[in-house]
Design a protein around this ligand. Structure first.
Ligand code: NDP
Length: 313
């Protein structure tokens, strides 16, 4: 196990396997030299990358079971060359993350966080809380209409929002308006919801050019990965009022949040809590365990990632 996981994951793994806790090992090189050749599975948390070097230091490795649906911290392409299967935890978190995204959207557009701080400060009755922008008559552009993007779209439709999306492919079974250009979508919509995976392909997709296209009434919500947004460009756009507001659950360098964002009342900040309910984190943990158990008992992973397309159990 690369970094600490939920007690239920640790307990269930310890019942069935010999568990080594990488974060408790003082001399990693020595550990990899002596125990590394016997390691057949890795339970990967969110902090420690499972890169090519770590994979190659484990010659008997068969499976990397990642906690979370995003797995850019695991070199799945390299794992595939070694015949190692990589699994993640899709689906079980989709609805939770979509709920969080809608909460973040409402907080940002209706300034609910600032309104709550106003009450707690004792300002109610002394001053008037300023009128906020609205969701009425707005269009939502979703960057990444995947599992979570679709769950966000369903909710946003119920809120009366018009939906558009951008991804690398048009989706045949989807009636929402498709844009093959992110820039064109940013220009046409009022709210840009980012829910693409992280990694080099999506790095800084949201840059100064896209923010300018979003425009002075535009709102950016990022529930995907911090690496997708050029944070310096976002700070500049907020300060210059190139865009109106931003709601962020994820950041470039977590847990570091730039002072310029903390100081800005047009920004809502969450500590990467998209999937962070007890219910959903437990379900994710169980899926990590079940992937390991299915692999070592039946030779079939439950939820392999596309780079390692093993038959499913
Ligand atoms: P999916 O794989 O189902 O969806 C990803 C979508 O992104 C697809 O529609 C894909 O469409 C699109 N996409 C991928 N690459 C690109 C690209 N380079 N340019 C444009 N679009 C792209 O994933 P999920 O919906 O399950 O999860 C999405 C991401 O959300 C996760 O990878 C994770 O990073 C993040 N997440 C954040 C959480 C949080 O706590 N804040 C919690 C859970 C997930 P197409 O193939 O057509 O391009």
């Amino acid at each position: 196990m690369t970094d600490p996981m939920l007690p239920l994951v640790v307990e269930e793994i310890e019942k069935r396997f010999t568990l080594h806790r990488l974060w408790e090992i003082a001399d990693r090189d020595e550990f990899l030299r002596t125990v590394g050749p016997r390691v057949r599975g890795v339970a990967a948390g969110v902090l420690v990358p499972v890169d090519a070097a770590l994979i190659d230091a484990l010659p008997a490795l068969e499976i990397v079971a990642k906690f979370g649906v995003g797995y850019e911290s695991v070199d799945a392409v390299h794992a595939a060359t070694r015949g190692v299967v990589v699994t993640n935890t899709p689906d079980v978190l989709t609805e939770e993350v979509a709920d969080t995204a809608l909460g973040l959207l409402l907080m940002t557009v209706r300034r609910l966080g600032a309104a709550e701080r106003f009450v707690r400060r004792g300002d109610w009755g002394k001053a008037k809380f300023p009128l906020s922008p609205t969701l009425r008559g707005r269009t939502l552009g979703i960057l990444g209409l995947g599992r979570i993007g679709k769950a966000i779209a369903t909710r946003a439709e119920a809120f009366g929002l018009e939906i558009a999306y951008h991804g690398r492919h048009r989706q045949a079974d989807v009636a929402y308006r498709y844009y093959d250009s992110l820039h064109a979508m940013a220009r046409d919509v009022d709210i840009l919801m980012v829910v693409v995976p992280g990694g080099p392909e999506t790095e800084k997709l949201i840059d100064a050019h896209i923010l300018k296209a979003l425009g002075p009434d535009g709102v950016l919500i990022n529930i995907g990965r911090g690496s997708t947004v050029d944070e310096a460009a976002l700070i500049a756009a907020l300060e210059a009022r190139t865009i109106l507001a931003a709601g962020l659950d994820v950041f470039e360098n977590e847990p570091h949040v730039p002072e310029a964002l903390i100081a800005n009342d047009d920004v809502v900040l969450l500590p990467h809590v998209g999937s962070a309910s007890q219910h959903t984190r437990d379900a994710m943990g169980r899926l990590v365990v079940n992937n390991l158990v299915s692999w070592f008992s039946e030779g079939r992973p439950l939820t392999p990632v596309p780079e390692t397309p093993f038959p499913r159990g």
